[in-house]
Structures are given as structure tokens and as C-alpha cells.
Design a binder for this molecule. Structure first.
Ligand code: UD1
Length: 390
């Protein structure tokens, strides 16, 4: 058993992406599969959960992702409709390509939908970023994580707490591999190419003078349904951000869901454009540059909590919980929920030079995708019977 090309024996590795946070995780994995000796042939499937140029196409080019081999063009819908549509369209794709395994990343609806289809067809599934738990089942992502991890055959974790979570759920330890954080692979690869904040403002028709403040500037992202789908909650958060903006100008990269809700709830007047700049969703290199040079980041994103830890930039997370506790214990993250007092106090501390600087967590070293490719190779070839379900 010494094949020079992996698909001489087994089919290709089918790599699935659906939504924006998947793209930065899959880019280094595809590169590592290609540069593995011998190479592991891969097929890239985009479910089309995110489809806007801002949310999808632009990130593909920023990250050097190849054009998807297959685009399922599923688009938006309720959770049930979107999940069902991904499943319906993914099934014939699996039948047609007969992959050796399916690799899914993160916790979006596409992650869970493709896992369900693959395991029922006897195709093994590897889940990258397994075992994270917020223990908040109001989050759709938490449901996706729990289901995906129960079903996956190989589980790659980013931090040690994930192993304990999986153990608690009865998942056998020999399926679980702590190998680090692929998102940080992308960050380290692209850090040098990040676009300067002033350039990004100019490219968006905004005056970069906004950034010339003695305290610098802050970056904001908000998109969780719990923060943006309820008018009173969103109004209150925008009110607090308005208060922060009197001390520190804010650059807000607006998710389409948030933009639509600000308009729908009539909250546009809550935003003082001289202090709080609203931008459309930004490319990967633009976001990286904005975060790298920021005084602080205010967010409800999972990815930004990790990226700010890797960049050493203080992060205030506008949520009650996080599935990424290492960013609090070792990194730069602090949970502030939507509590006005907590937010203002933490911002004041950071502006006084008391922000968390943190340290880089174990194995967030830029080599995670290589470790995954190597493990996949061993798993699929050293014990093909274990990997093959049918
Ligand atoms: C999804 C993920 C979330 C992730 C987020 C990153 C799930 C359950 N949620 O949430 O974990 O953090 O992506 O952005 O999978 N829309 C557009 N253009 C697009 C995509 C979406 O306008 O390209 C709008 C649509 O109105 C859509 C809404 O955004 O209904 C929400 O999109 P959806 O894919 O359902 O979930 P996200 O909120 O983006």
C-alpha cells in the first residue's frame, strides 16, 4: 500500500464550505491536501448558503481559494428550509463523486446538513473545529455543533476544552485529535498582505481622518440573531455603541442581516455617521487590517474572538457566553453581554492602557492544516477499513 496518487485507491476528499466563516478555515486545508506527499486529491463543494459577492466571492479571491468544483446554490431560507435544501442538493453530488471522505468545518447549517447526508450514505466525515460548546441551545450553531460531532468519524479540535466537551457527550477519545486552529493558519499566511485601515476607508468612499483620533479607533461586527433580530435589543446595543463612539470612533462592518434590521426597525437615526462609520461586509484582507490596527474590537462573532487573540488586540464580546473559552483564559477576550455598564467600563479600561494582551494558545502556530492533512492521509490509508463505513 504505497499509492502515489490517493484517488488511485479511494475517491477524492470532498471539502464543503457554505458560509463566510467556513472559507478562511478551508483555504489552508485545501493547500495542505495539495502539498501533502503524496497529494490528496480534493473536490471543493460550495453549498451557496452565502452568495453575495461581499459575503462569498470576494473572500474566495482574498484567500486564494479555487473556484468551487460544485456550487449547490442553495441561498437563504429558514433554518429548516436551508438545511433541507442543502441535504437535498448534496446527496446526488455525493453519489456522483464517491469521495473517500467529507471534510466539514465550523458550525453553520451547511456543516450539519452535509454531515447528515454523508454519514447516512456510509461516507466518513471529518469535522474541523469540533467540540466547541457554548452550552446555549438557543444558538442555532450550538445545535449544528452537537449534531455534527455526534455523527462525525474524525474530530479535529482547536483547544483542550473541546476534548472534555466531547468526552462528556460520550464520543470515543480515539476519534478526537487536538491539532490547533486552521483559522489562525489563514491569519498568519495573510497577515503581511492585510490592507491598511486608511486604505480600506478610502476604498469605501469614507474619510480616513476618522481614524486620526488620540485613542485610535474600534471595530464592530454584529450579526447574531439574539443581538440583531429583536428591535429593542438592537436599539439598546446601538445606543451603547453610540456612547462608546463619543470616546473612540467606530468602524462597523455590517452583515446584511444587521443592515436590513437597522432599516426595518427604523434605527438609522441612532447612528452618528461622523463617529460611527457603517461599511458593507469587508473582504478578508480588509477585515484583517482593520482588526490588526484597532485599539479594540466589539463583536458577537466566534471567528473574531480567535483572530483578535492571535493579533493581541483586546476584544469585547457582546454575548453572554462563548464556545471558545481559551480566548478568555489565555487570549484577549472579555465577555460583556449587552450590559451597558460592563461595556463602558471595559472600554474605559482599554483606553487607559489596561486591555488584555494575552498569549497565543497552544498549536495556534500556522501548521494546523498540515497536521490535518497528514492525519487524514493516515486515517484513510493506514486504516481504510476503519474509515470506510460501507
Ligand atoms: C451564518 C451562520 C453563522 C455565521 C454567519 C456568518 C448558520 C446557522 N449561521 O449566519 O453561524 O456566524 O453565517 O456570517 O449557519 N444574506 C445575504 N447575503 C448572503 C447571505 C445572507 O443577504 O450572501 C442575508 C439573507 O437575508 C439571509 C440572512 O443574511 O436570510 C442570514 O443568512 P444565513 O445564511 O441564514 O445566516 P447568517 O446570519 O449569515
Amino acid at each position: 500500500m504505497n499509492p502515489t496518487s490517493a484517488d488511485a485507491v479511494l475517491g477524492p476528499v470532498m471539502c464543503v464550505v457554505g458560509a463566510r466563516p467556513n472559507f478562511m478555515k478551508m483555504a489552508p486545508i485545501l493547500r495542505a491536501l495539495a502539498s501533502h506527499v503524496p497529494p490528496l486529491p480534493a473536490l471543493l463543494v460550495h453549498t451557496g448558503q452565502h452568495y453575495d459577492a461581499d459575503m462569498s466571492g470576494r473572500l474566495f479571491s482574498d484567500l486564494g481559494l479555487p473556484r468551487p468544483d460544485i456550487n449547490l446554490e442553495v441561498g437563504s431560507g429558514s433554518h429548516a428550509a436551508q438545511t433541507a435544501e442543502v441535504m437535498r442538493r448534496f446527496e446526488p453530488t455525493l453519489d456522483a463523486h464517491r469521495p473517500s471522505c467529507v471534510v466539514v468545518v465550523g458550525d453553520v447549517n451547511s456543516t450539519m446538513a452535509c454531515t447528515l447526508v454523508a454519514v447516512k450514505k456510509g461516507v466518513p466525515v471529518a469535522h474541523v473545529e469540533a467540540g466547541l460548546r457554548s452550552y446555549d441551545r438557543h444558538m442555532p450553531e450550538e445545535i449544528n455543533r452537537v449534531v455534527t460531532d455526534q455523527l462525525a468519524d474524525r474530530l479535529y479540535t482547536t483547544e483542550r476544552s473541546a476534548e472534555a466537551n466531547l468526552q462528556r457527550e460520550g464520543i470515543p477519545a480515539d476519534r478526537v485529535h487536538f491539532c490547533g486552529n486552521v483559522m489562525i493558519d489563514s491569519l498568519l499566511t495573510n497577515r503581511e498582505h492585510a490592507r491598511g485601515a486608511a486604505d480600506t476607508l478610502r476604498a469605501n468612499g469614507a474619510d480616513p481622518a476618522l481614524l486620526d483620533h488620540p485613542h485610535g479607533y474600534g471595530v464592530v461586527t454584529l450579526h447574531r440573531p439574539s443581538n440583531v433580530d429583536d428591535a429593542a435589543t438592537l436599539a439598546s446595543l446601538l445606543g451603547v455603541l453610540g456612547e462608546v463612539a463619543t470616546e473612540l470612533p467606530l468602524v462597523f462592518a455590517l452583515h446584511p442581516r444587521t443592515r436590513a434590521n437597522i432599516e426595518r426597525f427604523g434605527l438609522t437615526q441612532k447612528i452618528d455617521p461622523a463617529r460611527m462609520l457603517m461599511l458593507p461586509p469587508q473582504g478578508y484582507l480588509e477585515m484583517l487590517g482593520l482588526m490588526r490596527d484597532a485599539t479594540l474590537v466589539l463583536t458577537d462573532s466566534g471567528g473574531l474572538q480567535e483572530e483578535t487573540t492571535a493579533l493581541g488586540v483586546p476584544c469585547l464580546t457582546l454575548r453572554q457566553n462563548t464556545e471558545r473559552p481559551i480566548t478568555i483564559e489565555q487570549g484577549t477576550n472579555t465577555l460583556v453581554g449587552s450590559d451597558r455598564q460592563a461595556i463602558l467600563q471595559c472600554v474605559a479600561a482599554i483606553l487607559n492602557g489596561q486591555g488584555k494582551r494575552g498569549r497565543t494558545p497552544e498549536l495556534w502556530d500556522g501548521k494546523t492544516a498540515e497536521r490535518i492533512a497528514h492525519d487524514l492521509w493516515q486515517w484513510l490509508y493506514a486504516s481504510p477499513a476503519a474509515a470506510r463505513r460501507s
